[in-house]
Design a binder for this molecule. Structure first.
Ligand code: PMP
Length: 356
């Protein structure tokens, strides 16, 4: 029996992705070869790659003057590639938790970092407002904080190239891509399996690479753009997984439909947390993520943590143990998480509360 999966990433994927990737592992189309065997230089794989990129362009409405790359190395490699390529003297970063802190650490190796807003003093429990200065090389922020469960839903105005880590909310709402110089993230939450990183980069950024800096070939965006994201062997099966997931997103009505579902799912959980006598939300209203919902036991009930995890497990609910830095529980409700999955969780919370 399929479980109710609330993992933070890798996470639940659509049945269509699992079925179509499984079938391609046996045979890719009528090629007589598995997706695991086919040459990445073949027309058969090129068709998969092109379709993945075209679907991404269509679903996210990516303007023509942007390139789409599918790379290895995770979002974490982007933390280093961004400053390596673009940080000449000073960059602006917003600090909203573990992942933006990691991005800041890498940037500091290449220049000065101006932390223009931070919610650290408040345990990262809200999304701080920020204004981007004009005298920096670029500005960087994380639109959804997977661990802390905060998110912003606007595409900020910026006088400098704007770069966003959208690892955990990509394709969960329509985005005005034209406001960004670059959007990147790991695919393993909303758009596919682990092992592939997406990069959407405005082509004029390639002219902004720090002059005179020696950048290793693989770490240069230009290398990958010039080779149509096929400079080296790409993660073929993962790209197929992204293609199938984007096809599924499109078939349901695209990002407006994903946004509506995300609002429904997260409202169901937050509403329960607000009224529950046993559980409470962590994040302040106004900053609450639609993707990752950390929650705690109310005062006096903290000892029930393990019992609730076991209770949830008995109802086939997995992946709700909270991140160690927040404690308690976290429900990650990405695109493929169904309303039925959320109902199962909310009912478990209600039944458990009734027991105590
Ligand atoms: N940024 C965010 C917002 C994340 O959630 C994660 C991973 N959970 C990362 C970056 C790091 O991604 P990766 O593991 O793909 O390097």
């Amino acid at each position: 029996m399929r479980k109710h999966i609330f993992n933070a990433g890798p996470c639940k994927l659509p049945d269509a992705t699992l079925e179509n990737v499984s079938s391609a592992v046996i045979e890719l189309g009528n090629t007589g070869q598995s997706i695991l065997e086919v040459s990445h230089r073949s027309a058969d794989f090129q068709a998969v790659h092109d379709e993945a990129i075209n679907l991404f362009r269509e679903v996210l409405d990516i303007p023509a003057d942007y390139s789409v790359l599918f790379l290895g190395g995770g979002a974490s490699l982007q933390f280093c590639m961004i400053p390596y390529n673009f940080l000449n003297t000073r960059a602006a970063y917003v600090n909203t938790g573990t992942w933006s802190t990691a991005a800041i650490k890498e940037a500091r190796m290449w220049g000065e970092v101006d932390v223009i807003a931070s919610s650290e003093a408040d345990g990262f429990t809200y999304y701080p407002p920020f204004t981007i200065p004009a005298d920096v090389d670029y500005a960087h922020f994380t639109s959804n904080n997977t661990i802390r469960g905060t998110e912003i839903f606007t595409d900020p105005d910026s006088p400098v190239p704007l770069i966003c880590d959208m690892s955990s909310d990509i394709c969960s709402r329509p985005v005005d891509v034209s406001k960004y110089a670059m959007i990147y993230g790991g695919a393993q939450k909303n758009i596919g399996p682990a092992g592939v990183t997406f990069v959407i980069i405005k082509n004029d950024m390639l002219e902004r690479v720090v002059a005179g800096r020696i950048i290793p070939t693989m770490l240069r965006y230009k290398t990958h753009v010039e080779k149509g994201s096929m400079y080296n062997t790409p993660p073929c099966v993962n790209i197929l997984g992204v293609k199938e997931t984007l096809k599924w997103i499109k078939s349901l009505g695209g990002l407006k439909a994903m946004e509506k579902l995300a609002i429904t799912r997260s409202d169901m959980i937050y509403n329960e947390l607000e009224k529950s006598k046993l559980f409470r939300p962590v994040v302040k209203e106004g900053s609450r993520s639609r993707m990752n919902i950390p929650f705690l036991l109310r005062e006096g009930h903290e000892g029930l943590e393990k019992e609730f995890l076991d209770f949830a497990k008995s109802r086939n609910i997995v992946g709700i143990k909270g991140h160690r830095s927040v404690g308690g529980f976290r429900a990650s409700v990405y695109n493929a998480c169904s309303i039925e999955d959320v109902k199962a969780l909310v009912t478990a919370m209600q039944d458990f509360a009734a027991k105590h």
